[in-house]
Ligand binder design. Structure first.
Ligand code: FDA
Length: 405
């Protein structure tokens, strides 16, 4: 049996795995990155519409969901968005700030992936693709010394042979977009070694509508409007998009992280105005003008048509009673939608839940009960909002673990 030995094996050549690999490589460690895909960083390439929203300058712990809200603090502090910007600046990457704080590649996500691969090359990292991982074993080292008795090597059986390492890093991400190589591998390894995996669900994902609503809004597919989407105490003011399956766009993707099935979400269709005060003022100033005409100045025309027809909002402002103004403003500012579900992992950007961080050191990312086993990136129960936060988590957790493997 031929067994190759390296200091560090990282399973997953995605964002966190490549960052961890380069960091460990620069420390002089021999690092082998394994991935079953035929290409490294596939999600980086498809992210941000092909231009990768690679960080958010405002990233802070409040932008992350986890059952252990404090877990992400240390790593985010030790590797900031500015640290990542300094890295890409050293490579001359051209980037743009689209929405405040959100940095995207100016040209293509390929440029960002090339930087990570270059860093790995400079750090002496070996990346082995098209490699299936069959089994992971913990082999205790043959020693009597008390200190060494805590140590073991990890033996990884792959389709391309057996490898042993002192540190094994699981960077296999979440379950979203299975066609891009996502698997539940990391969760299985966690369970194999006695770590708890918290229930997972699709996050940053379009919401589907009940069949009756789907029919009502069928002709609105493709219409986008700036709204405030709310669920409980969480609100996001961003564009919402009607699709042929339901609702999407940044406002909906953001709120999907917080939504729980069976409950309604609330949409303020004209968030920038006090609608009731505005309608009362218009009734006084322009009694002959119509609500429909005013609405077309605030909202996409096709959406206005559906709202006016459904609610019988034809007529001039002078015809509006106070009670009707109350109803109209309520319907516009507190539009209630009870989603049917989500589009699931097929289109989700991230996976909520995952490896329970209670079992992982927030300093080193090593499993507390399994020396030499590390979990980083999205496989952990840490999920960012939309807007570059998830990549910042991948860089920060990868960098932190890379210091200790
Ligand atoms: P990542 O998924 O990047 O990498 C995991 C790697 O493990 C993959 O290469 C995979 O092939 C490999 N792997 C999985 N199972 C394996 C197995 N059994 N054996 C071997 N290898 C295995 N975030 C953001 O901040 N800004 C953005 O613009 C976007 N945009 C975006 C768009 C879309 C469409 C998606 C799906 C996601 C985003 N994201 C995002 C989220 C972001 O892509 C995600 O959070 C990070 O890629 C997570 O990095 P990881 O390294 O944890 O996993």
């Amino acid at each position: 049996m031929i067994v190759n030995k390296v200091d560090v094996v990282i399973i997953g050549a995605g964002a966190s795995g490549l960052m961890c690999a380069a960091t460990a490589g620069y420390r002089g460690k021999s690092v082998l990155v394994l991935d079953h895909a035929n290409k490294a960083g596939k999600k980086i390439l498809m992210s941000g519409g092909g231009r990768c929203n690679f960080t958010n300058m405002d990233a802070s712990p409040k932008h992350f969901l986890s059952s252990n809200a404090h877990f992400c603090i240390s790593a985010l502090r030790r590797y900031s968005p500015q640290d990542f910007v300094d890295l890409v600046d050293r490579h001359g990457l051209e980037y743009v700030e689209k929405t405040p704080g959100q940095l995207f590649c100016e040209h293509s996500a390929k440029d960002l992936l090339a930087i990570l691969l270059t860093e790995c090359e400079w750090a002496g990292v070996t990346i082995q693709l098209n490699t299936n991982i069959e089994q992971v074993e913990d082999i205790p080292t043959d020693t009597n010394s008390e200190q060494d008795s805590l140590h073991s090597v990890k033996r990884i059986h792959t389709s391309n042979g057996i490898i042993e390492c002192d540190s094994l890093v699981i960077a296999t991400g979440g379950l979203s977009i299975p066609t891009m190589g996502a698997t539940g591998f990391g969760y299985k390894v966690a369970e194999q070694f006695g770590l708890t995996v918290l229930p997972t669900r699709a996050g940053l994902v379009p919401l589907t509508l009940q069949p009756s609503d789907k029919e009502r809004f069928a002709e609105l597919s493709g219409v986008s409007s700036d709204v405030t989407a709310s669920f409980n105490d969480t609100h996001f003011t961003e564009p919402m998009l009607f699709t042929h399956r339901g609702l999407s766009g940044p406002a909906i993707l953001q709120i999907s992280n917080f939504w729980t099935p069976g409950h309604p979400i609330f949409i303020n269709l004209i968030p920038q105005q006090d609608i009731k005060a505005q309608l009362i003022q218009l009734r006084q100033d322009s009694p002959k003008a119509t609500l429909e005409k005013w609405l077309t100045k605030q909202l996409p025309k096709r959406l206005v048509q559906v709202l006016v027809e459904e609610n019988e909002w034809q007529g001039s402002f002078s015809e509006l009673s106070n009670a009707k103004i109350d109803r109209i403003s309520e319907q516009l500012s507190n539009w209630i939608i009870k989603p049917n579900g989500t589009e699931g992992y097929r289109t989700a950007e991230v996976t909520l839940g995952g490896v329970d961080t209670e079992f992982v050191s927030s300093k080193t990312f090593e499993a507390k009960n399994v020396p030499g086993l590390y979990f980083i990136g999205e496989v952990l129960d840490v999920t960012g909002w939309l807007g570059g936060y998830n990549f910042q988590w991948a860089w920060a957790s990868g960098y932190a673990a890379g210091q200790f493997v």
